[in-house]
Write a protein that binds this ligand. Structure first.
Ligand code: MN
Length: 132
């Protein structure tokens, strides 16, 4: 297995096709595996099914928004421990408080800092970064 991701599974919940493709392509290039949802409801379902190492959660989604989806996952023992990272363009100080209160592990800003992104994601994985 090559790449920093070393086969870790990332659930991407993002309704913008271009952003989704960029996130998926960068992560797969670096050796992560991905599963993808474009709605909050589908994201919650895939999280239960796959129990990913980390979830990247867009906030503005067509049905259940990223905050509501995260509250649902945090309320269930099966998925409560999965780190969920908000993937969002606008992060105000009050957003950070709200995300923190909801149980998000942190936040990654859009547009992505592509060179930094794989290590940012790795740092949030359940098992954390591993020595090569
Ligand atoms: Mn969106």
């Amino acid at each position: 297995m090559s790449g920093r991701g070393a086969g870790r599974l990332v659930l991407i919940v993002e309704d913008n096709e271009r952003n989704l493709k960029l996130v998926r392509d960068v992560l797969r290039f670096h050796g992560f595996r991905t599963v993808e949802a474009t709605t909050g409801e589908h994201g919650v379902a895939l999280a239960r099914e796959h129990l990913p190492d980390v979830i990247l959660m867009d906030i503005a989604l067509p049905d259940l928004d990223g905050v509501a989806a995260t509250m649902r996952l945090k309320a269930q023992p099966l998925t409560a421990a999965i780190p969920i990272v908000a993937l969002t363009a606008s992060v105000t100080a009050s957003d950070r408080v709200r995300f923190n209160d909801t149980g998000f592990a942190g936040c990654i800003a859009k547009p992505l800092d592509v060179p930094a992104f794989p290590d940012e994601v790795l740092a949030f994985c359940v098992s954390g970064p591993k020595a090569p």
